[in-house]
Design a protein around this ligand. Structure first.
Ligand SMILES: [Zn+2]
Length: 165
């Protein structure tokens, strides 16, 4: 029986803030370097290089298997993620946009699932998201006070003196 995406992904943490473009670029370059390293490891194994001991072969095979586990993901959904903040003081609920994510499942271990931020953050279909079903995912968070409670507790919108940002 098909369950809703929200039921399936409850335990998965979503990053609270969007990464910068520099972070995304740095990550992409690191992924590329790692892919190169694994491609070289595959070639060394395939050549049956006589300089490789059985221990070194086992190490290369383990590195390749680990890389495949970490990098073999299928996109299942294109997901609009929002967060609902529930004020513990007055129970007022407000929601805000967190990001557009691909919800992915590991190809080798189908119990592993994750959200990956889409680089464009656009509702327009991209090469990777156009064929995916779309869904919305909301997660809840308790906050100690909403703006209204803060206002009634004496927090002013006017900044004065030294505390002016
Ligand atoms: Zn409140």
């Amino acid at each position: 029986m098909e369950t809703t995406i929200a039921a399936r992904v409850k335990v998965i943490q979503i990053p609270p803030a969007l990464p910068s473009l520099d972070d995304l670029l740095f990550e992409a370059m690191a992924v590329e370097r790692e892919a190169d390293r694994i491609a070289k490891a595959r070639k060394r194994l395939a050549k049956e290089s006589p300089d490789l001991s059985e221990k070194e072969r086992a190490k290369l095979r383990a590195e390749i298997a680990h890389w495949e586990l970490v990098n073999s993901w299928d996109a299942l959904q294109f997901v609009y993620v929002e967060e609902e903040d529930c004020c513990v003081h007055c129970q007022e609920v407000s929601s805000h946009f967190i990001g557009l994510y691909e919800f992915q499942q590991n190809r080798l271990d189908k119990t592993l699932r994750r959200f990956v931020l889409t680089p464009t953050q656009s509702l327009e279909p991209s090469q990777s998201t156009s064929a995916l079903p779309r869904s919305m995912y909301t997660y809840q968070r308790e906050i100690p006070a909403c703006p209204r409670c803060a206002f009634f507790a004496g927090f002013s919108l006017k900044y004065e003196g030294e505390v002016k940002p």
